[in-house]
Design a protein around this ligand. Sequence first.
Ligand code: ARG
Length: 469
Amino acid sequence: MSALQWGGRFGAAPDAQLLAFGSSIEEDLVLAPFDVACSLGHLEALRGGKIVSEAEATELTSALAAVGVEIRDGIFADYARAQPFEDVHGAIDARVREIAGVAGESLHAGRSRNDQVATTLLLYAIDRAHAGARRAHAIAASLIARAQEELEQESVVAGCTHRQPAQPVLLAFLLVAWSEPFVRAVSRFAAVARAARASCPLGSAALAGSSLALDRKAAARALGFSRPSRNALDAVGSRDVALDLAHAFVRVLIDASRISEELIAWSAPAYGYVGLGDAASTGSSLMPQKRNPDPLELVRAHAARSVGAYAGALGTLCGLAPSYQRDLQETKGATIAIAEDGLATLDAFERAWAAVSFHRERMARAAVAGYTVATDVADALIAKGVTARAAHALVGAAVAQAESEGRAIDARDLAALAAKAGIETLQAPLDARTSIGAKQTDGSTSPDDVRSQIDAVTAELASLARQLE
Ligand code: ARG
């Protein structure tokens, strides 16, 4: 039996090297279980339209089930690699024909690989979007659990902008900030799954629909789609959902990468804010003392790689006329690579993060270094009626003075500032906890607000978890 699903109109076999060049089997083997599901859906369209007999349908169903078992047991990959198949779809079709004999010849009636690939990719996207949502949810939940612990410990840290000390914040506040993008990622993945389920391409055939009376509604229903797709040409040529899936992974990897970067810096002795446990550290082959944060560095690198793969997929689409073009095979490969690597990278990030311990004393000592209470002092002047510009200038000068004397801002500075501003006394936070406690706005780093932030994120995660069930 030929490995190809075509050939009748050709006089000679295709060039073997060109066939190998065009084969996507290595990239799309991961689609195998979804192709079997897709084929079972197409079978419903054939049965509904009485294009196959009930006896043929039964034979095809059990052949597909048998291929499903071979895929599950890992035997099918060897079969698919042993012959020059163009893709996993052709390999499954060939195996079904081997198992079901004559009945197997009818499975592809009214179907093109174009609607088959489009549908299979949507089924894959639903599955991986759920997996991505679960991972992002687990990471957000673990960040929030640590935020709760650090709130109880009242741990403080210098909040930075431009990597320079800016204002003291609760470590819990910072951990809530880290959790928020992962909460949004869960929603983004859920939206991808919803978009994927919206419409089923099966029955679109190559591009124009079919002359056979396929029961498209039965196929869509069997596969859990809301309805059959509206326009066959759009259905075979669109990769919107695949790109949305890739986008969701790229975005959440960027989030993981940014936190990794912070932890890498914090684990260096110059910071000394965190310890990375042995489980998530690596050593040097030369320098005996080294403890390197390789897993977190690799999270950064994988995120960057996914950005490149995503850009490649977007670029591939630019020059394509609407409808199926073979270039689409490459957007599929990129999407699969991004999603598979994305899941592995999120898993690595979660494991590395679990090995992080905080050095609270060290963080607390650094929390007021670099005059991080200066803004509170300026705010105290403003509250006493000094204009914002004047307060900024006065406190700036006080910082310059203290800096030249190599000391922190203290009570003497407050007295001098009061005199300069023509007010009787000035009280302002001079330590991290007072500064943090002075914050009054919603969403701030004050302990009460951080407690409500933790409660709100926890509630949102619980509601998202119910949606993911
Ligand atoms: N391997 C191809 C893909 O994944 C299958 C579709 C081939 N269709 C075609 N008309 N040559 O895109």
